[in-house]
Design a protein around this ligand. Structure first.
Ligand SMILES: C[S@@+](CC[C@H](N)C(=O)[O-])C[C@H]1O[C@@H](n2cnc3c(N)ncnc32)[C@H](O)[C@@H]1O
Length: 337
């Protein structure tokens, strides 16, 4: 069948999981995109960790690590014992180790719940954490952010939720407030939500940070995954990785980065498993999130406004020496009246 709409996927298609069907739906929508988690299968997660730690121009990992190194004890003491540590979009949890160590020092043993769509990857990382930290219980949750939050909501312990690596900034700017409000609904006054967010506003530094170094993950591995999951014949050499910075100057909305793949020429891609052809126009883009943004760049006023609109109060915040990265601790605000 020659069509490019998800509804036209062949009736013979069986055994494509629901989460993968959501990828087909977004890829065949009028604005072609994939949910951001799709980039992070096991290989994508490994590549991300490898590239991010060795990058000389994308410093988010290093900035956040240095803040956590200095303030892990402060963050860990924001909740009282017994507490559960939850890591939204945990990936390898490499920086989270600093919080785990601080909580062990303060409280002894506790439960750690990494939440991530990359289920196999976080299970492997979880086993490594249990070996490295005897007495730590790791209960990985393979699923979407909000499902993970709901999953832990009824636990008796106080909850310390981390959302590190500027990952919150990949949520659509149109849905960020709503998503934080949803999280707020699931929390009680003794819980805390800790966000790690990028504050880099330097145009030149940003253009270097989002250069070709990311092609192995955002183009090559992504296309490899699409071809594997759906029996596709997409050619990596016929898509170019693109970066754009969108600057905003109000307190209501942060600046953001847009990452995409651009089709080099008009082309038809066939997905055998789906019985589906997708036609790309020359210059047509595939985005990595349903919203306009891939990665927001904040200032403190915007973060305070975001907290206020979402039913949170800023409990504390810490920046690095260059003041281009921030870890912010949000406490549920009293919304009783
Ligand atoms: C940029 S990585 C951050 C990894 C780690 N927290 C860090 O700071 O190094 C984002 C992670 O979020 C996960 N992710 C993205 N969207 C998600 C979603 N909607 N629900 C659950 N996990 C998601 C990805 O699989 C990936 O592991």
């Amino acid at each position: 069948m020659t069509s490019d709409r998800a509804s036209d996927v062949s009736d013979d298609v069986i055994d494509v999981a629901d989460d993968l069907m959501s990828v087909v739906a977004s890829l065949t929508s009028s604005r072609r995109y994939v949910p951001q988690w799709y980039v992070y299968d096991t290989r994508g997660s490994e590549l991300c960790e490898e590239l991010i730690q060795k990058s000389k121009t994308y410093k988010v990992w290093q900035h956040e690590y240095s803040i956590l190194q200095t303030h892990a004890d402060d963050i860990a003491s924001k909740v009282s014992y017994p507490a559960v540590l939850v890591d939204l979009g945990s990936g390898a949890s490499s920086k989270t180790r600093l919080i785990i160590e601080a909580m062990r020092k303060l409280y002894g043993n506790f439960t750690f719940v990494p939440v991530d769509m990359a289920k196999e990857f976080i299970e492997t990382c979880g086993r490594r954490l249990e070996t490295d930290y005897p007495g730590l219980t790791v209960e990985p949750f393979g699923g979407l952010y909000m499902d993970g939050v709901r999953h832990v909501a009824s636990r008796d312990e106080a909850k310390l939720l981390l959302w590190l690596g500027n990952s919150f900034s990949n949520v659509s700017v149109h849905h960020q407030v709503e998503m934080l409000q949803d999280i707020r609904e699931q929390l009680t006054e003794r819980d805390r939500l800790v966000l790690g967010v990028d504050m880099n506003a330097d145009r030149e530094a940003l253009s270097q940070a989002y250069g070709d170094q990311w092609i192995p993950i955002w183009r090559d591995n992504f296309i490899c995954r699409l071809n594997k999951d759906f029996g596709g014949n997409m050619d990596v050499d016929r898509f170019e990785f693109d970066y754009e910075l969108v600057e905003k100057s109000t307190d209501e909305e942060p600046s953001y980065v847009v990452l995409s793949l651009i089709s080099s020429g008009k082309q038809r891609v066939h997905f055998e498993t789906l019985g589906l052809d997708i036609d790309f126009e020359d210059g047509e883009k595939i985005y990595f999130y349903e919203g306009p943004n891939t990665s927001c760049k904040w200032n403190l006023r915007q973060l305070r406004r975001l907290a206020e609109k979402s039913g949170f109060a800023v409990d504390a915040h810490w920046t690095n020496d260059e003041e281009n990265y921030c870890v912010i601790c949000l406490a549920p605000a009293d919304t009783s009246d």
